[in-house]
Design a binder for this molecule. Structure first.
Ligand code: ATP
Length: 353
């Protein structure tokens, strides 16, 4: 396994600037997930680590050795793709053992390694089948096996679970993490699915428009999003983000409403802000005080939790309630607990407090 270092990485495709100034150090044995919306540059970044795409500027290093110009096959990275990229005319055993055959590993050793790899992935009974006779989940395991058998220094996963149904995705998530605990191979996993990212990452890298917005353990990123973008992207249902201002004295103001009256947000004094509040932190209450009255216009009962979509005085909110919580009246006010307040600068989108 190897440490990966990205320094000042840029990628341009003609006019389009896909990756902009990315610096990132990944420790040996770490499982890092790159998360971001479609088109943010995460696959391109992964492909530059693999050497499948040349960098426009910057340096990719593995264990301190610059890899610019080194062929993909000589980097020791194994890539697992969304579309599996299996050879249709080969059996499962031949697909898994292909890399060893190309490398000239003798047949007996190859067969033994194919068997032990297949055993780790629980696909020993499928070794004689061809890809067309496998389910999506089985194909994904074969693709994993083909990557694992070469004992790579680094695993690179490019949305490997996107073609699987929800139950299988969850199962494969667990299996990939279990394999990582056993093998401890440095892994970079790209996804646009924030649940997958939160569940799998030792460290999360959130990307937007070619840049890294935040890096950290998933819980830290969730609790203290560094920007409005991260706040809105991580967490389901998404964080409520409300146009607000902080007065010169530090009082939070949403129009005429003072949701945390008596409290001072001094770091944000005098600024236009976006007030962020997680849906589970909003507390409904009888419409008595001066705050806006919200009307529920959609209630989604998801079994263990209930999402209430509400609107009042031009503000849209989502409240997340436990299924056992008492039902909410159609019209209600909300309290915002001060410790649930996130403030982002309205202009830069960056976290203030
Ligand atoms: P997705 O989740 O949809 O795969 P992504 O975050 O992985 O998206 P990339 O595939 O890295 O995004 O693409 C980043 C940007 O670079 C996009 O705007 C894309 O159109 C552009 N791009 C990627 N590959 C090429 C290419 N070979 N030629 C031109 N533009 C490209």
């Amino acid at each position: 396994m190897a440490a990966i270092e990205l320094a000042g990485i840029e990628k341009r495709f003609g006019e389009s600037h896909a990756v902009r100034g990315v610096d990132l150090a990944i420790a040996s044995g770490e499982f890092v997930v790159i998360l971001g919306p479609s088109g943010c540059g995460k696959s391109t970044l992964l492909r530059m680590i693999a050497g499948l795409e040349a960098v426009s500027a910057g340096t990719v290093s593995l264990d301190g050795v610059p890899m610019n110009g080194v062929e993909p096959g000589r980097r020791g990275c194994a890539m697992v793709f969304q579309n599996y990229a299996l050879y249709p005319h080969m059996t499962v055993a031949e697909n898994i053992g292909y890399g060893l055959r190309v490398a000239g590993v003798p047949k007996r050793e190859r067969e033994a390694r194919v068997r032990s790899t297949a055993a780790m992935l629980d696909i020993e009974t499928l070794l004689d089948r061809r890809p067309a006779a496998l389910s999506g989940g089985q194909r994904q395991r074969v693709a994993m096996g083909r990557a694992m058998i070469r004992n790579p220094r680094v695993f690179l996963f490019d949305e490997p679970l996107s073609n699987l149904d929800a139950i299988l995705r969850q199962q494969m998530r667990g299996e990939i993490k279990r394999l990582h605990r056993e093998l401890r191979t440095t892994s970079v996993f790209v996804t646009h699915d924030q649940v997958e990212a939160m569940g799998m990452a030792d460290r999360l890298v959130v990307m937007n428009a070619g840049r890294v917005e935040q890096v950290g353990p998933p819980a830290d990123v969730f609790r203290r999003p560094a920007s409005r973008f991260v706040a809105g992207f991580i967490g389901a249902p998404r964080m409520n983000l409300i146009d607000a201002a902080v007065t010169a004295e530090g009082t939070l103001a949403v129009g005429g409403w003072r949701p945390c009256d008596g409290l001072r947000f001094r770091a944000a004094a005098g600024r236009a802000v976006h007030l962020g509040v997680r849906p589970d932190a909003l507390a409904p209450m009888p419409p008595a005080g001066g705050g806006p009255v919200f009307t529920a216009d959609l209630v989604e009962d998801l079994g263990t939790e209930i999402h209430v979509h509400a609107r009042g005085e031009g503000i849209d909110l989502i409240l997340q309630r436990h299924a056992d919580a008492p039902p909410i009246d159609t019209s209600f006010a909300v309290a915002i607990p001060p410790r649930a307040v996130h403030l982002f600068d309205a202009e830069t989108g960056l976290r203030i407090e």
